[in-house]
Structures are given as structure tokens and as C-alpha cells.
Design a protein around this ligand. Structure first.
Ligand SMILES: [Zn+2]
Length: 278
């Protein structure tokens, strides 16, 4: 059966890339409508789906062709990570609040709102009977059937003396997502910041909502939350981008090496095309 939330929940703050105040209110969704953004700029609710993706530079954006919602992946990650199928997301502004740079604020709000089951609505899932692979340069995704549930193995690798290679492997449940994935924060390299700001990105970025990596030090408010916080954040992003398939994963093992938003979206498209819907 499908799920939504029991009660509304609101989060306010500043958007990461646009740097403007914004507010999201999560609302229960009665129909089998998936994740939808509701805003005064849209004539009808905008479904958060692959065919609405407008850009994948430093975040995943969705559009109705005229107006765009930026950086939807952390919010969607929280919804998918907690096993919520249908959610209306009322948004004021062009981008959800960055909060602390992780999905924790969204996940906590959704968790507190409580899960509501919809016994009369059938839940379809994505699953695999064989192996699927996608390789582009040093980016690699492999997916295969898995009797353990939904397992992710993710490798983040960056040639920096304080970063290097981080590998994580989790079999995720909503409880595990909340504790192991949701708190991992966005990070950026200080040498890129100037260029990002010139490109109109990271305008709301600060040490309140990102971990900043400089040549000789990593600055993270309160210290790093996990030894492999960067790999965990990449997993958070991947879960959010895969949510754009509109279907939860079932009994699947996904290995992702050096993923990023563009690759995540391409892999989500491949998965939707090749996997079985059951
Ligand atoms: Zn992210």
C-alpha cells in the first residue's frame, strides 16, 4: 500500500544556490500522485519526475517549462528515504531552504509528521531480474537483484590530501536513513567558491549549511558528523535523484562510483527503462 504523511510540516530558511528566503510546507497527499511541488507560479502541481528535470549543475532542478524549482534533491531524498510515496510540497520561492546542508531538517519534519498508510492504494516498485551497468569515464553504476533489500555501495573519490577515497555500504530502512544518511552535509571546495558565485550558484552557501574544504583544512560546524560524511552526502543526493523515477526501489543492490547529479539522473532513466515495475 502507498503512504503519505499524517499532518502538515513546515520548514523555513535560505536557499543554498539562490540565497533567498524560502519556505516549504509538506502536505498529506490523498491520491497516488507521487511528489508534487505546489507554488503560486505553477498553474498546476509540478510532479518531481525525470521528464521535468531542467538542470543538474550542482543540484537537480525541475521545471514546468516556464518556472524552475532549484535544488530539489535533499528534500526528495528525505521523502524517499523515509518510505513516503505521495507528498505535496508547497513552496514559496525558487528553492527549498538549505537548512544545515543535509536532509536532516526535512527528514525530521517528515518523521514527526508521521507516516500514514493508504490501504486502498497499490504501491508499485522498481526491481531487477538481471544486472544493469552504466559507465561513463570514471563514473560507474551497477545494479543487480538483492535478497537483503535495498543496498547501496557508494565510492566518493577526490584527489585531495584531506579527502581521498571514501567507500560506504548500507542496506537502508527508513530508520537507518534517518540516522546514517540524512545528517550528512553538502560540501564544497573553497577554490571553487568564487567561480560558483560568479555563475550565480552557492549564493546562500555559508559554514552554516556546508562543509568547506580548503587546501590544508576542512571547516565543518561542530566537526565532521561522520568520517565518510562526503560519501554519505553523495548517497543522500543519489537517493534524492533516484526518487525522480516516481517509484520506490525494491530488492536491489546499487553500486555507484563517483556519482554526481547528471550521472544520477541518467542512471535513474536507465533504471526506469530497464527495471521491472512490480
Ligand atoms: Zn547534495
Amino acid at each position: 500500500m502507498r503512504t503519505t504523511i499524517k499532518t502538515p510540516a513546515t520548514i523555513e530558511g535560505i536557499g543554498l544556490h539562490k540565497g533567498k528566503p524560502s519556505k516549504v510546507t509538506f502536505l498529506p497527499a490523498e491520491g497516488a500522485t507521487g511528489y508534487r511541488f505546489i507554488s503560486s507560479v505553477f498553474s498546476e502541481p509540478l510532479p518531481a519526475r525525470l521528464d521535468r528535470v531542467a538542470g543538474t549543475v550542482r543540484g537537480t532542478n525541475i521545471t514546468d517549462g516556464k518556472n524552475t524549482i532549484y535544488t530539489v534533491e535533499h528534500l526528495l531524498s528525505a521523502a524517499a528515504g523515509l518510505g513516503i510515496d505521495d507528498l505535496d510540497i508547497e513552496i514559496t520561492g525558487e528553492e527549498p531552504p538549505a537548512a544545515d546542508g543535509s536532509a536532516l531538517a526535512f527528514a525530521t519534519a517528515l518523521h514527526k509528521a508521521g507516516l500514514k498508510e493508504k490501504p486502498d492504494q497499490e504501491r508499485k516498485t522498481l526491481t531487477l531480474s538481471g544486472q544493469l551497468e552504466m559507465v561513463k569515464g570514471d563514473i560507474r553504476f551497477v545494479a543487480r537483484p538483492n535478497h537483503l533489500g535495498v543496498t547501496f555501495k557508494l565510492t566518493y573519490d577526490y584527489p585531495h590530501k584531506l579527502v581521498g577515497k571514501q567507500v560506504i555500504e548500507f542496506t537502508l530502512t527508513p530508520e537507518e536513513y534517518l540516522v546514517r544518511v540524512a545528517p550528512a552535509r553538502t560540501f564544497g571546495f573553497s577554490h571553487e567558491l568564487e567561480a560558483l558565485k560568479k555563475a550565480g550558484l552557492a549564493l546562500g552557501g555559508s559554514l552554516d549549511n556546508a562543509v568547506v574544504i580548503a587546501e590544508n583544512e576542512i571547516t565543518a560546524k561542530g566537526g565532521l558528523r561522520f568520517a565518510e560524511e562526503f560519501a554519505r552526502h553523495k548517497l543522500l543526493d543519489l537517493i534524492g535523484d533516484l526518487a525522480l523515477t516516481g517509484l520506490p526501489l525494491k530488492d536491489i543492490y546499487i553500486e555507484a562510483e563517483r556519482p554526481g547529479h547528471a550521472a544520477n539522473v541518467n542512471f535513474a532513466k536507465l533504471l526506469l527503462e530497464k527495471a521491472q515495475t512490480v
